[in-house]
Ligand binder design. Sequence first.
Ligand code: PEP
Ligand code: MG
Length: 911
Amino acid sequence: MSQYVYDFSGGSMAQRHLLGGKGANLAEMTNLGLPVPPGFTITTDACRVYLKEGREPHELAEEVTDHLLSLETTMGRRLGDPADPLLVSVRSGAPQSMPGMMETVLNVGLTDRSVAGLAAASGDERFAADSYRRLLHMFGTTVLGVDDAAFVETLDELKRRRGVTDDTQLDADDLRALVDAYHQIIGSGAGRVFPQDPREQLDLSVRAVFGSWNTQRAILYRRHEGIADDLGTAVTVQAMVFGNRGPSSGSGVAFTRDPATGRRGAYGDYLQNAQGEDVVAGIRNTVPLEELAQVDPVSHDELTGMMGRLEKHYRDLCDIEFTIDDGKLWMLQTRVGKRTAEAAFRIAAEMVDERLIDRDEALRRVTGEQLAQLMFPQFADSSSRQPIARGVAASPGAATGEAVFDSATAKRLAAQGRDVILIRRETTPEDLPGMTVARGVLTSRGGKTSHAAVVARGMGRVCVCGADELDIDVAARCMGLPDGTVVREGDPLSIDGMTGEVFSGHLPVTDSVVLRSLAGDHGDHGDHGDHGDHGDHGDHGDHGDHGDHGDHGLVGAVRRLVAHADAARRLSVRANADTADDARTARELGAEGIGLCRTEHMFLGSRRQLIEDLIVADGATEQQAALDALLPLQRADFTSILEAMDGLPVTIRLIDPPLHEFLPHRDLISDEPDSDRRQRLAATLDRLREENPMLGLRGVRLGFTIPGLVHMQARAVFEAAADRVTIGGDPRPEIMVPLVATAAELAVIRREIEGIAVAVEAERGVTLRHRIGTMIEVPRAALTAHEIASSADFLSFGTNDLTQMTWGLSRDDVEASFLPTYLDQGILTTSPFETIDADGVGALIRTAIEQGRAADDALGLGVCGEHGGDPASVRFFDDLGLDYVSCSPYRVPIARLEAGRAALMDRSDAP
Ligand code: PEP
Ligand code: MG
């Protein structure tokens, strides 16, 4: 038979799934001997039965009775005893923290009779009446569903009548009058009287907490945070201690370190003469913890001592709630505290120095997403500025520009070189052109999965969405702020996609110090690996009260943890880079080669004309002339990239996109002078037009239609490599053939490329170290990888195309059209173009790896789709045993960190 109720002394931190985070931590603190008011926890099992069957499990009532009796014995008082009542709090506690999402009822056990007992026992009429009105308010709203506004308005009205601003200024008579009024509000609002049986109060409160698991806001929160819907919440029932018993009492929350910056030293807020809910609700202004040291030094010292003990015990930042009841300190809650990205890195690194955790554990405690946040540009000093509005932080970074309210204006101003922030109530696919050119996007509707958010993230555009205080009037080209001011088209505006804040004016934007430091690392990251254990790293001395202004501690922490990840990781990390500049940046950020150089990007700008000539060429001679013109340019491209990546592999992909992408749009041809060329362009466009270009003439297929193009590209690569060898370089080119679907395609192209290598080696008298491989982008290629491997030195998974073709989703179209709807409705939880679809696309990759390795155990295996820089996907690729991931240069440190974490998770999870 299952047990549904546990005394605090009968549980432990390990039972979070059963007792909820709160219950498990209260048990842990109790067993540590800290002053925790006694109580018991009703398990999540009981909640799940309630949610499933609509009633509590039969055994629950009796178990509660037993545990209540034991609590009453410990406390020497009975629940709701009219002479001297025991009061309890009833709180929710889910296995994963869902702050503020579920219900709490305090002071359960007070009745019309026991309130007099409380007054007599405490000698404080005011305190008793204050406690009772709080119970009526919380019970009325939470358990009986009465509208909160009725209670709040009555309290405000009373304060107005009495000419006071604080509820502490109300006297016992006032509060008694409030109790009467609240009884009436409940009577008319709930259609029943407030229950005078203490046990009935308790049972109804427990049931209300169970039920609060399924409120709309809790469901939404879980969906956002990826918390399972079937966990249920535990309920803790705990003897009340009182922070509202006069000036020698109070409640507070505290962190063992600063959760915003990670700096050491206790940090918190205290509110005199208040119950816990007041602190969080912001009813009165709290004072910082240091002031508690003035008011009640004994409790303050005791508290900081306990915080130290808790931090050592949990070996992490702790978030604590406490109450001082007439000079006696009580600990009401502890949990591992939430923190910003900055604090996460700093705390993890400093706890290694303090020997609380080892470096592996420190690395497990930071994430690639957090590192990504630290690498975006930021506002130089937004902390001194007051935001004019707040919304959802939907796509990180800092953007500043002129306010515009429609896509066309955004395009027009951007074309004049002006920075714009596009403001819409919500965005639709029609807004895409404006979003593309804007610095940032601001909306008043929608959350993290709205169209604006998804599309902006995909484009790397800063986005704040759902800023619902903004009254956006697109027709009038302005938006109203809550304070009555109006922002008009052209007004300067700044938005912070990391915090969701909106500011008026142009705030100066700075590069991230973390990015600058990582880029200055010059790839010698392996050398920092040992610092932690010797304590001799340069940033060690600067944590304390001085010396840690700026971000020195943060930068040092990031470097050390990334270095440790480098030491731990199995995956190597390359970059997707198409220019020597990008290659240098990538190398500085720790890239160990190039996993994808998209050569089509070299045919833009002034070279467009040359490739156009090739495409419209009439006959072999014209075609060869165009190729001859392209060859030296390509060779120069490759020479500079091979130079930037000297000694490291550089995977150069043959041209991939359909040819019409290199020709002007049909509508623009009319701008050409009426000539033979214009006619040829038009005719070629007609010939190349495809209904579905991504499945048409592209990738390896171009090698069969325009063989000279592949020939020219391969020759340019090998000549560039030969040039590098001649001057003492160490080029490692790898030619990669895109979109192969059958081994036969690759075999033909490979023979051709090999022939060119042999020819160049003979012409130049050098030996070239090179490899030839292919991308796995088509499901058929994945399913026949054993055949394809016979013509390939390496396979690189092009997970963009592979996702597109496996799902039948056009990546260029769906991200802006129906994907947001799928995400909103929960059909998908993430975009398969962002995080690899492990079950579908992942299964194809797994198959291809098995087949490829079986055919050739020296076969190289990597990933070069966007997923290569996505933290969750990196973990998946590590698990599959790939050799490397390749991602955009700025995501290289993120992939390094995640690859290190993935390697550790493997080891610690191994049986
Ligand atoms: C891919 O398909 O994953 C890939 C890297 O190629 P592209 O994105 O250029 O199609
Ligand atoms: Mg592709």
